[in-house]
Design a protein around this ligand. Structure first.
Ligand code: NDP
Ligand code: X2W
Length: 346
């Protein structure tokens, strides 16, 4: 059994890691890390774990955890993992960081967009961006995995094949995204209060959201040139789910069948990416509770643009599910182990 420690088990992403790992046949959780609930029973924080988890919440201690665990998940705020990671830890244990600390290769870009100093720049180069469908082989050998952001996962997977195959005009991409409020985490924030969110929809982080450089960097690798794009997220009154709608000019005239063939080339054998039937638009409710990303596109001949849509559950494929998918790769397990939950509805 793989021994997993979770630092930040009492957050939204962390509790989803717990839920997934409890159903994983090859892993056991040995550490329920927390800052605010130390020594409290984990099930007292999340009653859905009553009679399922008897463990207490424990203070974060990466050094001790490195001696006891095979893998550590850090589902903690930005800057936390980078402030603790060191060579000694990485020589003993694999680390999957759900924060953005190791996602962006240029440390100046990270510090500029996140507004914090990076405390472990020496490990940025080594970290592997954990987008499983794209970086699978590199992830297998990694010691440190940078689990991708929620919006970036949905945006990159939706657009990647078409950029890679050179049918999109790189500088014309616009990504309009919507997220449920669990994307903002569990700690109280005025913007996420019920009265602020309910019966409302609002854009935020316009032209300055920190996921912009992450999406740009990964799509630049696909396009083999620097990409600059517009990314506008919106907060919508639902618990979970992300929907992205991406617009791009087409570089040449293409048919539905040609574009579909490109998606099939990249995703036909990808269990977690479902390219939907012609004319069906992805919806968050059809992926909720699962590790699936649903993708589809429409060619608008009138404007010579393509509209690409993607939907996924921000807490699963956008966070904990993808983190477990990464763990499966690191330990040479079946990639779908623990992740075969069928989407729930309603
Ligand atoms: N929510 C989402 O959809 C996604 C989140 N992420 C990333 O995952 C990470 C966690 O996010 P999320 O679960 O939403 O956040 P939450 O605010 O819900 O949870 C944060 C967790 O970190 C713990 N924590 C905070 N400070 C410390 C500290 N100093 N030492 C130890 N533990 C600490 C908290 O403990 P306690 O509760 O005990 O205070 C809590 O368990 C973030 O980096 C986020 O960007 C990535 C993709 C999607
Ligand atoms: C709705 C909402 O507030 N979403 C969060 C997504 C943050 C997140 O999950 O951060 P990482 O993916 O970078 O870790 C936000 O926009 O900041």
């Amino acid at each position: 059994m793989i021994k997993a420690g979770i630092i930040g088990a009492t957050g939204y992403a962390g509790q989803e890691l717990v839920r997934i790992l409890l159903q994983h046949r090859e892993a056991e959780i040995i550490w329920y890390g927390s800052k605010s609930y130390i020594d409290k029973k984990y099930y007292e924080v999340f009653q859905n774990m009553f009679q399922l988890v008897d463990a207490d919440c424990m203070a974060d201690n990466m050094e001790e955890l490195a001696d006891r665990a095979d893998v550590i998940f850090t589902a903690t705020p930005q800057g936390f993992c980078a402030s603790l990671i060191n060579e000694k830890i990485l020589s003993k244990v694999r680390v999957i960081d759900l924060s953005a600390d190791f996602r962006i290769k240029n440390v100046n870009t990270y510090e500029e967009w996140y507004g914090i100093e990076h405390r472990s720049p020496d490990f940025i180069e080594e970290a592997v961006y954990g987008l499983c469908e794209i970086n699978r082989e590199r992830i297998r050998k990694a010691r440190l995995v940078a689990n991708p952001g929620c919006y970036p996962t949905c945006s990159i997977l939706s657009v990647y094949p078409l950029l890679k195959e050179g049918i999109l005009e790189p500088d014309s991409i616009i990504i309009d995204a919507k997220s449920g409020t669990s994307g903002g985490g569990r700690s109280a924030k005025v913007n996420n209060l019920y009265c602020e969110v309910n019966e409302n929809i609002k854009a935020y982080g316009v032209a300055k959201h920190r996921h912009t450089p992450e999406i740009e960097e990964q799509l630049s690798y696909a396009a083999r040139e620097n990409i600059y794009l517009n990314f506008t997220p919106h907060l919508v009154p639902m618990n979970r789910g992300i929907l992205v709608t991406c617009y791009s000019n087409l570089l040449k005239e293409v048919t539905y069948e040609e574009v579909k063939a490109i998606y099939d080339k990249y995703y036909k054998n990808e269990y977690f990416i479902r390219v939907l039937d012609k004319g069906i638009c992805p919806e968050t409710r059809w992926v909720e509770g699962s590790n699936f990303v649903d993708v589809n596109f429409v060619i608008d001949k009138r404007t010579n643009r393509i509209i690409i849509m993607g939907a996924m559950d921000n807490l699963i494929k956008g966070a904990a599910g993808q983190a477990v998918q990464n763990m499966n790769l690191l330990f040479d397990l079946k990639e779908t182990e623990g992740l075969q939950a069928v989407p729930m509805f309603p």
